[in-house]
Structure formats: structure tokens, C-alpha cells
Write a protein that binds this ligand. Structure first.
Ligand code: Z5A
Length: 212
């Protein structure tokens, strides 16, 4: 099922340090400049329950098994879809989200090795909305890692995973982009920030001209 006949759902995905924050800020400004109502959110999170689940998921003090991790991601997502995304799309607003269900296929499927059929079943049942457009910011794992190191701060529970985990996440994202070329646009996020922003805005422009 597509997002909705009226509003539009755009998701931004990528590995750690891919530059999602800058991309989201540039997209937000471009969409708002068109006079469109925009709701910006993130996953896991975006609702009071979702943000509480996020804290639980990212706290390095917890040992969370892969199955619980997946179910918690979908618990937060079910809440977000019903409280925020679906109502926004129904009133014609656009939704820009920092990650969505593709992240579960990439991290819990690719990274943790959970069978994709389980994830697809949860998607059908708990969050049956597909983004109209997904930008995948693709960057080499070591380069993304170096950017995060430059940013400083403590690493959360998932960021503490080993490099091979993030290589599997990246490969899973890339497979999804190949499988759904009409929805995905892959951005080379290894470039300088200005070049990444320009590429992101070009993709958005192309989508906007199709939709408005
Ligand atoms: N997760 C999951 O496992 N399953 C799911 O279903 C979902 C999520 C939905 C939290 O997500 C974690 O949840 C995440 C996936 C998992 N775990 N990991 N790892 P998140 O999106 O909130 O967290 P994140 O991916 O860790 O965010 P991030 O590392 O902050 O990524 P980012 O937003 O892309 O990073 P950034 O802040 O934009 O950039 C990072 C640094 O690089 C910063 O200092 C920038 O100034 C710098 N940067 C950015 N772009 C450039 C360029 N082009 N050149 C140089 N430096 C740059």
C-alpha cells in the first residue's frame, strides 16, 4: 500500500554517520518553502511511547536479544503510524521521517540475521505503509564510523556493534534499493557535505515536480 492518495511519506535511510541530519534539514527547508504542511519525525521514536522505547533500545546497559529488538522497533512504529503518520497523510500533510521500516530489514534482517519473512509479516500487520520516496545515503562503513568519532559523545548500544554488523546493514540497504528502484534513490554520501546536499535536493526536486 502506498502512503496515501493525498499526503506523501518520505524516508531517509543510511548507515551511521551517513549525514541524515543535514539531508533532513535541507529537505525540510525545501518542502516548507513550497507551502506544504510538513511533519518531521524519526524512528525509533516520534511519539511519547516511541521515545521511551528508543531510550530502552539504545541504552548500552541493556542486553536485548535480536527478536526483542525487532519487536520493540515495530512497537514504536505501530504507535508512530497510528498517532502521527496516518493522520498527517490523511489531512494532506507530508511526512519526512529519519528512518522507517527499511531500517528494520537492514539492521535486524541484514545486521542481526533475522529471517526477512518475519519482518515482512510484522510490516503487513503493524505498519502497512510504504514511503512514496526513500533516500538511501550510502557511505563506506569506515568513513561513516570516522565521522561519528569526529562528532564525539558516547556510542549507543547499536553503535557499539562490530564493523561486520554495519557491513551487513549496508549490503541489506543496497539490496533493497536495487529491488525497489522506483521508490529508492541512492545518494553517494561519501562526498563533501555540499555535494550530498545538492544531490539530495535534486532528488527531492524531481519528486516534487512529479507530485505537485
Ligand atoms: N534502528 C534499527 O536497528 N532498526 C530500525 O528499525 C530503526 C532503527 C528504525 C538509531 O537511529 C538506531 O536505531 C540506529 C539504527 C537503529 N543505530 N545505529 N547505528 P538513528 O537514526 O537515530 O541513529 P544513527 O543512525 O546512529 O544516527 P547518526 O549516526 O547520527 O547518523 P546521521 O544522522 O546520518 O549522522 P549525522 O549527525 O547527520 O552525521 C554524523 C557526523 O558526520 C556529524 O558530525 C556530521 O557533521 C558529519 N557529517 C555528515 N555528513 C558529512 C559529510 N558529507 N562530510 C563530512 N562529515 C559529515
Amino acid at each position: 500500500m502506498k502512503a496515501h492518495a493525498r499526503g506523501r511519506l518520505i524516508s531517509v535511510e543510511g548507515g551511521e554517520g551517513a549525514g541524515k541530519s543535514s539531508a533532513m534539514a535541507a529537505m525540510r527547508a525545501a518542502i516548507v518553502a513550497r507551502g506544504v504542511e510538513l511533519v518531521q519525525t524519526r524512528e525509533p521514536g516520534g511519539t511519547p511511547v516511541g521515545e521511551a522505547i528508543r531510550q530502552l533500545l539504545l541504552d548500552p546497559a541493556h542486553g536485548i536479544v535480536a527478536e526483542s529488538e525487532l519487536l520493540l522497533m515495530f512497537a514504536a512504529r505501530a504507535q508512530l503510524v497510528r498517532e502521527v503518520i496516518a493522520p498527517a497523510l490523511q489531512r494532506g500533510a507530508w511526512v519526512l521521517t529519519d528512518r522507517f521500516t527499511d531500517a528494520s530489514f537492514a539492521y535486524q534482517g541484514g545486521g542481526r540475521g533475522i529471517d526477512e519473512a518475519h519482518i515482512a509479516e510484522l510490516e503487513r500487520w503493524a505498519a502497512a505503509i510504504k514511503p512514496d520516496l526513500t533516500l538511501l545515503l550510502d557511505v563506506d562503513v569506515q568513513q561513516g564510523h570516522a565521522r561519528l568519532a569526529g562528532r564525539g559523545g558516547d556510542r549507543d548500544r547499536i553503535e557499539r556493534e562490530r564493523e561486520d554488523f554495519f557491513e551487513r546493514v549496508r549490503a541489506a540497504y543496497r539490496r533493497r534499493a536495487v529491488a525497489e528502484p522506483q521508490r529508492f534513490r541512492v545518494i553517494d554520501a561519501s562526498q563533501a557535505r555540499e555535494a550530498v546536499t545538492a544531490a539530495v535536493l535534486a532528488v527531492l526536486d524531481e519528486a516534487l515536480s512529479r507530485w505537485t
